[in-house]
Design a protein around this ligand. Sequence first.
Ligand code: SF4
Length: 280
Amino acid sequence: MRDPFKIDQPTCISFSGGRTSAYMLWRVLQANGGLPAEAVVCFANTGKEVEATLRFVRDCAEHWRVPIHWLEYRAAEPGFAVVDFDTASREGEPFEALSEARSHLPNPVARGCTTSLKIRPMHRFVRRLGWAEWDQFIGIRADEQRRVSKIRARGHSTESTRETMCMPLAEAGVTVQDVAAFWQTQSFDLELLTVNGRTLEGNCDLCFLKPRGQRLALIKARPEAAVWWIRMESLKLASKPSGARFRADGPSYADLAHFAADQRDLFDPAVEPITCYCGD
Ligand code: SF4
């Protein structure tokens, strides 16, 4: 049987900064005796990743001696910038620049942020390498059946038919338990709380797709995290009146911060986050 981690053609390994995609990278390195010449590893930073995620990406590169390209969205050509741990945005600059360029905030109906902040910078980066067609390795596990079926049915990303989506973890039957067991044996780890395999602060810290109760709990734990999201909702953009929100179907971030300060609890552990490409 073919080893799904084996690489023999141009391949972009999408590293979200979470444990699952890091494990995928480790399996690639094991299967190929290191990073094959035809492969690149990319991490797209939105500027709203928490510091522990940035440290984890840096640590994976250092511990496993593998180059990881840190990319960020830019409005100006070529549409991305290459940064590193020291120069990476930490105040949401790429996210804010995108909102300004589009004149509105992303929301659950017209999301766009995953595509513009993560997928397109990677596409642009590999095209600048001269790639016309390539495989895109994404860290989706076998236990994420809904996402697996959806991506398998499509075959390529929503953005490019020249990119073949590959899910080696799902193909190899890797589950959340396997990933957790792996990280228990490592000398370093992502220093973020995980509940039932979900890293609550993973991806953008207060992503509007996270359940309301989860965002509230995160604001309670770190009230300063809400400041940027509140400011973005108060921004006036060409197509966005001041006060227009990330989610019209729930409280504003300012309200969530007030609830958090009042110690009221909106947590509903049954509510699942809306899935997106942003990863684990
Ligand atoms: S984590 Fe959420 S807010 Fe950030 S890019 Fe992904 S969908 Fe958008």
